[in-house]
Design a binder for this molecule. Structure first.
Ligand SMILES: Nc1ncnc2c1ncn2[C@@H]1O[C@H](COP(=O)(O)OP(=O)(O)O)[C@@H](O)[C@H]1O
Ligand SMILES: [Mg+2]
Length: 286
């Protein structure tokens, strides 16, 4: 894909400070469908803000980190909460001592730093933020790619590489539906849990030394969990890849059923669901 390669060449040609290099992601995302990964790269190459929608532990953060690695581009992260305010996004004024005099200086926040340095801005759980906070970003996210810093009056035009990736878990407790004007500025991708052969491949990569039986157990259980989620008998997070990963890690050192209990079943609210997970797991253990 010429567009992606061209953009990658440009970004690989940039130099970063040692401090910023530490913000480059490790990579490792496996795309559940081939074109999800390339389509995200196309959107990023075209400087379109990317919105990743998916349940917890689906690899949204991993996908953003892998984009960072692909472009060798540092990531500035923001975790949204109801407390998120303009200062957390843009930065704040502080008093510094310069030549024996007190002076007011502005400490740049993640948005401004990412815009100036051409980093990726990763906005996690964007629908957790209060709806009045994010409109500050409207001019950053649309074709203007600029911002007037309300604290200093400075007009900032984004570096050509500057990219935005946001993540949401729609319908999750504590979230509000995303404001239309904000959502409208994004290109939006559904990020499902990986399954089947992709999951097998990921487990091979992550647990090369684990016994075959453990691989088989976890992959079979993953299949069952996803099936039960589809049937509406389990809540979506029961099939979280993150939880399956934790269960596999624990199971290398304890009985798999206990590992599955701690990492998956115990985290579900509903007693029936807990029981179902353990029954499914037990059915694969000889
Ligand atoms: N498609 C995937 N490819 C690689 N790793 C994945 C994938 N999906 C989930 N994971 C792994 O599961 C864990 C949770 O992923 P994460 O990106 O933190 O999820 P999210 O941000 O969607 O909640 C991580 O350890 C991640 O490596
Ligand atoms: Mg995440």
């Amino acid at each position: 894909m010429e567009l992606i390669e061209r953009e990658q060449q440009i970004r690989l040609g940039r130099t970063h400070s040692e401090e910023d290099k530490a913000l480059i992601g490790a990579g490792g995302y496996l795309s559940p469908v081939e074109h999800l990964w390339t389509d995200v790269l196309i959107a990023i190459s075209l400087k379109k803000p990317v919105l990743l929608k998916g349940p917890t532990g689906a690899g949204k953060t991993k996908l953003a980190e892998t984009v960072s690695q692909f472009f060798s581009q540092p990531v500035q992260s923001i975790n949204c909460s109801v407390d998120l305010d303009a200062e957390a996004l843009l930065g704040f004024k502080t008093i510094v001592l310069k030549d024996g005099m007190n002076e007011i200086s502005f400490v740049e926040g993640p948005v401004i730093e990412a815009m100036k340095k051409g980093h990726i801005l990763y906005i996690d759980e964007i629908n957790m933020a209060k709806s009045e906070t994010l409109p500050i970003l409207h001019s950053v996210l649309d074709y203007r790619r600029m911002l007037t810093n309300p604290f200093t009056g400075e007009v900032i035009h984004a570096h050509p590489d500057f990219s935005v990736i946001a993540a949401i878990n729609e319908g999750y407790i504590g979230t509000t539906p995303m404001n239309e004007a904000l959502k409208n500025r994004f290109v939006s991708f559904s990020v499902p849990y990986i399954s089947g052969d992709h999951l097998r491949k990921l487990w091979k990569e992550l647990f090369p030394a684990a016994p075959k039986e453990l691989h088989a157990l976890m992959l079979n259980l993953a299949n069952d969990l996803m099936e039960q989620v589809k049937q509406g008998l389990l809540s979506e997070e029961a099939a979280s890849i993150r939880s399956l990963l934790y269960a596999t890690e624990l199971a290398q050192y304890m009985e798999p059923l206990r590992a599955i209990n701690y990492a998956i079943a115990e985290k579900l609210e509903d007693e029936q669901e807990k029981k179902l997970v353990l029954e499914l797991a037990a059915s694969w253990i000889k």
